[in-house]
Design a protein. Structure first.
Length: 248
């Protein structure tokens, strides 16, 4: 997390620069700690009091052990109406980094994953992580058409049509792709040998689907194992114990 300048400007007793130091002095450690404190950004994540599209970003913060302000709005309390016009795209989530605002959930998640080291280890892995998340977005687009039709009281025939012609095929494709990737995986993760933000996005999505009775994890052992692996990571497990229990 330190730049070369941050490290090299601190006094030390070695002739070797940029990370290969020897014979550290107490003064060096004090300087390094001060650099860390000065350089650590101030993060604020603004969203509703729901998991929704912001939850993978929250998981990344807790996974990395990086403090942030988790600003949660309550529907109907007037807060969103007050701040909506001041947000970059008129929607949330929004991430503020030292006052610079970043909109769009996937842009936020990808930014944090790159900052914290969970975006993939090679260009090819990063491309695959992006591809999986794009597939998730395709599925969610179909899913939301169906759910919103239900929520908005559309005619039964229209709801059933969206369920059978839009949502069900998208879900089948999504689950098939995820199972196929995990079938080939030697690590139990979707991409490569270690956790990436694709695992976080998918695990949280499976949790939400199951909570709202749109998915039965027991019918898909590999997906269940992925979710349990992600939720079993100590930092994430600890966060989940205390996070608000919301429907979405």
């Amino acid at each position: 997390m330190f730049s070369r300048f941050q490290i090299s400007h601190c006094p030390h007793n070695s002739k070797n620069n940029y990370g290969y130091f020897e014979n550290f002095s107490a003064e060096f450690y004090r300087c390094l700690l001060q650099s860390f404190i000065i350089q650590m950004p101030t993060y604020k994540l603004t969203y509703f009091n729901a998991r929704g599209y912001a939850e993978p970003a929250r998981l990344l913060f807790h996974l990395a052990g990086v403090p942030f302000e988790d600003f949660r709005m309550t529907h109907g309390d007037g807060t969103w109406e007050k701040i909506k016009d001041s947000t970059p795209f008129g929607q949330v989530p929004v991430l503020s980094v030292d006052g610079t605002e970043i909109p769009q959930s996937m842009a936020i998640i990808r930014y944090l994953a790159n900052q914290f080291g969970y975006a993939g280890k090679t260009p090819e892995e990063k491309a695959w992580v992006d591809a999986i998340v794009d597939q998730y977005k395709d599925f969610m687009s179909a899913f939301m058409q169906f759910v919103l039709a239900q929520h908005n009281g559309k005619p039964t025939e229209e709801v059933e049509r969206l369920k059978t012609e839009v949502y069900a095929p998208a879900k089948e494709t999504y689950i098939k792709i995820l199972n196929g990737l995990l079938e080939k995986s030697k690590s139990g993760f979707l991409v490569g040998e270690s956790l990436t933000f694709a695992d976080l996005v998918v695990a949280e999505n499976l949790f939400g689907l199951e909570k709202n009775e749109h998915f039965v994890a027991a019918e898909h052992p590999k997906l269940l194992a992925l979710k349990e692996n992600v939720y079993g990571i100590p930092a994430i497990k600890e966060y989940i114990k205390s996070r608000p229990d919301t429907q979405f």
